[in-house]
Write a protein that binds this ligand. Structure first.
Ligand code: UDX
Length: 434
């Protein structure tokens, strides 16, 4: 039987959960304090760029199963299941900031008019779900409810696909009643035989951190190997491909680049280290990953400077600002380090990104934003490819060469064919290609 659900927070996780759960046949109300966002969503407009999301948004709004509201109290009262999907940004010390979660918990306690299952989708430190349970018991003594941890593994740019076809669904729970409710919420996934992991609250919380910390480590590993390969005259692409042929390693997440960014890996690796510190457990591997990733981001600027010479009086075309392709998200993007490094040393920037320029401009209004990659390349001394957008993979190098003043390419994602680039008259530098 479909469930009446509210999803609090309409950011990445909350929005995808709202459209996805309504597509599964549940009745969903997405809640946010941001009136403008709610208005946009009710009109079928997504506040974020995410392939496919508007199609699902419109479809479920039209069916009447999906609505958005700013009325948190009434929405909670009318729901049997309450998903918490608000942000948990890192504080200065790396610890996850739970103030948004805490304020939602207070609202839930205030509106606990019947049995409800409270599901945490936001990534929260180990122990948070138990803390939520304690808080609600304090604020609403004697009321019936259950707490469930249901971490989200979606990738930006592939979020809808990940929601409808997850590798697994993790549910940390404590009562059979909550298990039955969650089974109904995700009935559609059960039908397509997605594996379900039913476990304790703490195990579910840590699965999420362990997965992200592992992937961040894998990327950092290949980045360091790439740095070694380029120094000793080896080719990282062949190395990574061959490593990936070993089933125990797998070829995924072995693409070297300018360092990982985004809303999850930087935040979650820091949170793991914080949790280790809190409980006196050595997390030095993850600390090393964080430091190595910061160095990798800075290494790109140093590499560029080495080939360009001084940045003073030079124009650099920066192609790609988003932290990865298919998103307009710039959180912790390596483009920050590259742009900052060039500006600090007196260089001028022509920037282009198919989706992320508006967001980037809010932070760097002083650089020149260009309508196309070719506009950005006009008169540039060098181009640096930062994000792996498909349109850059097929860049017309003949045209690029004609437009540019100089002939230097730094390809931080190994998108281009080095031989072709050199044939077209460029001095090409990739990552990990000795
Ligand atoms: C990640 C996790 O994949 C997802 O499961 C979790 O829910 C949130 O965090 P996301 O941040 O959207 O998702 O991006 P992802 O595709 O995982 O990439 C993260 C970063 O790693 C990007 O900066 C990307 O460019 C980089 N990356 C990824 C590499 O540099 N090399 C790789 O081989 C893979």
């Amino acid at each position: 039987m479909s469930k009446k659900i509210c999803v609090i927070g309409t950011g990445y996780v909350g929005l995808i959960a709202s459209v996805g759960l309504s597509d599964f046949g549940n009745e969903i109300i997405g809640v946010d304090i941001d009136k403008k966002k709610i208005e946009m969503l009710n009109n079928g407009i997504s506040p974020i760029y995410e392939p496919g999301v508007e199609r699902y948004l419109k479809r479920n709004l039209e069916s009447g199963r999906l609505q958005f509201s700013t009325d948190i109290d009434k929405t909670i009262q009318d729901s049997e299941v309450v998903f918490i999907a608000v942000g948990t940004p890192p504080k200065d010390n790396g610890e996850a900031d739970l103030s948004f979660v805490e304020s939602v918990v207070k609202s839930i306690a205030k509106n606990l008019n019947s049995y409800k299952v409270i599901v945490t989708k936001s990534t929260v430190p180990v122990g948070t779900n138990r803390w939520i349970k304690k808080k609600i018991n304090e604020f609403a003594p004697g009321k019936e409810f259950d707490v469930v941890s249901n971490p989200e593994f979606l990738r930006e740019g592939k979020a809808t696909q990940d929601f409808f076809h997850p590798d697994r669904t993790v549910i940390g729970y404590e009562s059979e009643r909550a298990k039955e409710v969650m089974f109904e919420v995700y009935r559609a996934l059960n039908l397509i035989t997605v594996p379900f992991v039913w476990c304790s609250l703490e195990t579910a919380e840590l699965i999420k951190y362990a997965s992200n910390a592992f992937l961040a480590t894998k990327i950092t590993f290949i980045n360091q190997m790439a740095n070694l390969a380029e120094t000793v005259g080896a080719d990282i692409n062949t190395i990574a491909k061959t490593m990936g042929m070993d089933g125990r390693i797998s070829p995924k997440f072995l693409h070297p680049g300018p360092g990982y960014g985004g809303s999850c890996f930087p935040k979650d690796t820091m949170a793991v280290v914080q949790t280790g510190d809190k409980f006196g457990v050595d997390m030095s591997l993850i600390s090393a990953v964080i430091e190595a990733n910061d160095r990798q981001k800075d290494r790109m600027v140093a590499k560029l400077e080495k080939i360009v010479g001084s940045f003073k009086g030079k124009t650099i075309a920066v192609l790609g600002l988003a932290f990865k392709a298919e998103t307009d998200d710039i959180r912790d993007t390596p483009a920050f380090n590259i742009v900052e490094g060039i500006l600090q040393k007196g260089g001028k920037i022509h920037a282009h990104d198919p989706q992320a320029m508006d967001n980037f401009e809010k932070i760097y209004p002083q650089i020149q934003y260009c309508h196309s990659e070719f506009d950005a390349l006009k008169g540039a001394d060098a181009m640096v490819l930062v994000t792996e957008w498909n349109e850059y993979r097929n860049l017309n190098l003949r045209k690029a060469k004609e437009l540019m003043k100089g002939s230097i390419i730094l390809d931080t994602r190994n998108l281009l064919d080095p031989e072709l680039a050199e044939e077209r008259g460029f001095t090409y530098e990739g990552v990990g290609k000795g």
